[in-house]
Design a protein around this ligand. Structure first.
Ligand code: ZN
Length: 270
């Protein structure tokens, strides 16, 4: 499931391929992929807009279009963008196809169909409630956020209104590096522990972005069809029963808020 480093990778992969191109035609094959407006209106409204730039906010891609429109996309579980020639074969999972002025097609493929797109005048309608960006928040602001919130660490870090961008993989990895149990009460963290978590989280996200994200299954593919490289560097996530790289204790997998959660029972105590 794509998280911040994977979405950032998709944004960077897309920029040289689609910026400056005009959307000459749109086709929607699965109406529910378009969250707003209705699919028919989306097809009519997006036509003729040029793609000016692409940015990211949390796990959302934001295409800045000409004449004040924004196309936002969330990949959710299996969403992926490809830029291909019209004669490249499509399958039943290509739910949205945007024909571009250079003869290529920007295609959104999503086998599980949870991915969504929004065509809006104001991105805040979609991303307005997100918390600060996880890779950018300052240590001072990080401390301040903890002053106002309570609860277990893992659910708190997954909450996009607390911090934007983290998901299951990078929360488990950040907590392993910071030597914090996923069920620690957030309000019980010392300043030193918070600082350790802040540092771990930002280093992991930067390193993951640098290698194109994590591909542990077929769920996440880059625009060029290749996989990311961070799966080689995982320390907790997807390492159930394998020895902790710090102490040798087998990594334990449990369930926290319905999410598979990996940690070292020796290094990460409650
Ligand atoms: Zn350990």
């Amino acid at each position: 499931m794509p998280e911040l480093p994977e979405v950032e990778t998709v944004v960077r992969d897309l920029r040289p391929r689609v910026i400056g191109k005009t959307i000459v035609r749109a086709q929607v094959n699965w109406a529910r992929t378009i969250a707003t407006p209705r699919a028919r209106e989306f097809v009519a409204q997006i036509r003729g807009h040029k793609i000016i730039k692409i940015t990211r906010r949390g796990k959302y891609l934001i295409f800045h279009l000409s004449r004040g429109k924004f196309l936002l996309a969330h990949l959710r579980m299996t969403g992926a963008f490809y830029v291909e020639k019209p004669n490249t074969p499509r399958d039943k999972h290509h739910h949205v196809v945007l024909a571009l002025s250079n003869g290529r097609e920007l295609r959104f493929r999503d086998p599980r169909k949870f991915g969504r797109m929004w065509l809006v005048d104001d991105p805040a309608r979609v991303v307005g409630k997100l918390g600060p960006e996880a890779p950018e928040i300052s240590i001072k602001d990080f401390h301040a956020r903890f002053e106002t919130r309570r609860g277990h660490l893992k659910p708190l870090l997954l909450d996009q209104t607390f911090l934007a961008g983290l998901g299951n993989i990078y929360v488990d990895e950040s907590l392993w590096y910071a030597r914090l149990h996923p069920l620690r009460a957030a309000e019980s963290l010392t300043r030193v522990e918070r600082a350790r978590l802040h540092r771990a989280m930002q280093q992991i996200l930067k390193r993951a972005i640098a290698v194109g994200g994590t591909s542990i299954d077929v769920m996440y593919k880059r625009v060029n069809g290749k996989s990311g490289g961070f799966q080689e560097s995982l320390r907790a996530f997807d390492r159930e029963e394998r020895p902790c790289r710090r102490c040798g204790t087998p990594i334990v997998k449990t369930v926290v808020v319905q999410r598979g959660t990996h940690f070292c029972p020796t290094c990460q105590r409650v």
